[in-house]
Ligand binder design. Structure first.
Ligand SMILES: [Ca+2]
Length: 172
């Protein structure tokens, strides 16, 4: 039983609204007015999303990026990514394939915390870093999307921290 419980105990997800409500989107390279607001990537609602510009056949190519300020420095163990959902007639567009995740203390000097490819689905993707990364800002870079689409979309982003850090964040 312990074997099943331990991995979760060691990697609590900070979905605590007490922490996430202090987040803000610093910048995105592109967005679709009226549909893909950058705030949709961190508002806690899986059905809202940030989407890069797509209308008028004028979609800019990858790489795309979103920069988030968490409001304070945190030691991150990993991050989670929810692609755009396709429920209620939505299109599963902009699902990121190749990605890079960066962390920074000042939003100027960035260190890569992870890179790779996401599996193609609408499920939450959990990515644990090989080494913890500390910073106040994170940046998700999309280098390509499935179906060769030029767009990127993010239903939600979250981070993984230790149980101790999660308790500390919730108590503030
Ligand atoms: Ca959302």
């Amino acid at each position: 039983m312990l074997l099943f419980l331990l991995p979760f105990a060691a990697h609590a997800q900070t979905n605590a609204p007490e922490f996430k409500q202090h987040w803000r989107v610093v910048s995105v390279d592109s967005s679709q007015p009226g549909e893909g607001s950058p705030q949709g990537a961190i508002d806690g609602d899986p059905m809202t999303y940030w989407h890069t510009h797509w209308s008028n056949n004028d979609a800019p190519p990858h790489p795309h990026e979103i920069v988030v300020d968490m409001g304070r420095s945190v030691e991150l163990l990993g991050f989670t990514y929810l692609p755009r959902q396709a429920k209620g007639g939505g299109q599963p567009n902009g699902r990121i394939d190749r990605y890079e995740f960066m962390v920074s203390g000042d939003s100027t000097n960035w260190a890569q915390a992870a890179s790779g490819r996401f599996p193609e689905s609408g499920d939450w993707k959990t990515n644990r870093f090989s080494q913890a990364a500390t910073g106040r800002y994170f940046k998700l870079v999309s280098w390509s999307a499935f179906k060769n689409q030029p767009f990127a979309a993010v239903g939600e982003l979250d981070v993984l921290v230790s149980d101790k850090a999660a308790a500390d964040l919730k108590s503030r």
